[in-house]
Design a protein around this ligand. Structure first.
Ligand SMILES: Cc1cc2nc3c(=O)[nH]c(=O)nc-3n(C[C@H](O)[C@H](O)[C@H](O)COP(=O)(O)O)c2cc1C
Length: 370
């Protein structure tokens, strides 16, 4: 398996660069018989771009997905599903002056070293938020497979810079409200404060980070393949692959290190004939396996590095210190766009493990012979 692939039975390979001709994914292992059309992908990709244009980069890609293989007469065939979207709104000239000026906080310098300078540096190349589009494509298929077995995955914003979502809402209310605003926070009042925090940073030529929480409901107990392919291990790996992620936690996460076992343990009970836990500090995962409670994970995003404020850097050609102000089109905060990306990555891991455990069948139904 190459470096751009993830998953065993639901194996995705992503390809493309920010300013290359196209970006896309190949999903190998999708069950045959899943109804699938370009409309499914369009709906998911539109969720990636917040409706409020002031919160994001002014790059506007229409992202019309083309399915190249693996779908016949409206259903998946069981063969690899390959799909792509063309990059059209590129302004590579913005990057010419960055050819030798390495942006502080971005991947320019280590990329140049690793690939001997052959890497396509325009727009960050493979180290670009653009590469999250193929993740959403693969996640669309994963979510459709999961829905067949009643698993529902959704994500929302719980923090932007220092503004935190303090209100406790039910899972249902969170799901209903998260996408009613451009920062994807389920509480309208907090969402407005988060929006102001992004706009303030932008007006100062700066940027801010934040935290995305993702919840997966109805995951049956016993999913996951310890030792190295435990659910939490796989989730950490794919979530840390999302550009700008600097922290990951499951359930109470880092918070569990500051309390005692008696507080941290989720005590068991039987409710309506089912084993449940009375709290969910474990975030639905124990020993790398689902325990039947909602899976809850969080991803912390750093403030994006390409900012208009002047910062010190080095001209790699001259080997001299200088300064840089990044003036191209950049997101002042990646979190609003990253919410559906985190959702997609969690769905990819769950679809993979549900296929591995046989919870999702390899063939869905049977085609009528006419
Ligand atoms: C959806 C999304 C959009 C992003 N947009 C930008 C951007 O406009 N400008 C920028 O400097 N970084 C942006 N990033 C972050 C960089 O891609 C990332 O910081 C870079 O690849 C270095 O990797 P690292 O931060 O994970 O170490 C974005 C990330 C995501 C997930």
């Amino acid at each position: 398996m190459g470096d751009s692939s993830f998953g065993k039975d639901f194996c995705i390979t992503i390809f493309g660069e920010s300013h290359g001709s196209a970006i896309g994914t190949v999903v190998d292992g999708c069950s045959a018989g899943l109804r699938l059309s370009t409309d499914d992908f369009q709906a998911e990709l539109e969720r990636r771009i917040p409706t409020d244009p002031t919160l994001t980069s002014t790059r506007r890609e229409r992202d019309e997905v083309q399915i190249l293989s693996g779908v016949f007469e409206g259903y998946t065939t069981g063969a690899p599903v390959a799909m792509l979207t063309w990059n059209r709104d590129v302004r590579s000239q913005d990057y010419e002056e960055l050819r030798f000026l390495t942006r502080p906080g971005h991947a320019d310098y280590p990329m140049r070293l690793k690939y001997g300078g052959f890497n396509d540096f325009r727009g960050g190349g493979i180290a670009s938020g653009r590469l999250t589009v193929p993740l959403i494509m693969a996640g669309t298929i994963a979510k459709k497979l999961l829905r067949l077995v009643g698993i529902n995955v959704f994500a929302h914003t719980i923090q932007i810079h220092t503004v935190k979502m303090e209100r406790k809402l039910s899972l249902e209310a969170t799901r209903q409200n998260a996408y009613t605003n451009s920062v994807r926070c389920a509480d309208a009042e907090t969402a407005e404060k988060m929006r102001e925090a992004i706009l303030k940073a932008r007006s100062q030529g700066d940027s801010v980070g934040g935290i995305v929480e993702c919840i997966a409901e109805n995951v049956p107990p016993g999913i996951g393949d310890p030792f190295f392919d435990g659910l939490d291990a796989d989730l950490a790996k794919i979530i840390f692959s999302i550009p700008a992620v600097k922290g990951f936690e499951v359930g109470l996460g880092f918070g569990s290190s500051a309390i005692q076992g008696s507080e941290n343990n989720d005590q068991y009970a039987v409710q309506e004939g089912k084993i449940v836990t009375l709290t969910n500090n474990a975030g639905g995962i124990l020993g790398g396996l689902s325990n039947g409670m909602p899976i809850i994970v969080r991803a912390a995003f750093k403030p994006p590095s390409s900012i208009a404020k002047e910062q010190k850097t080095v001209n790699l050609k001259e080997m001299e210190g200088t300064t840089v102000q990044v003036t191209g089109r950049h997101d002042p905060c990646v979190v609003p766009k990253a919410v559906p990306v985190v959702e997609a990555t969690v769905a990819i891991v769950l679809a993979d493990h549900c296929l591995r455990s046989g919870k999702i069948p390899r063939v869905i139904g049977k085609k009528e012979i006419v």
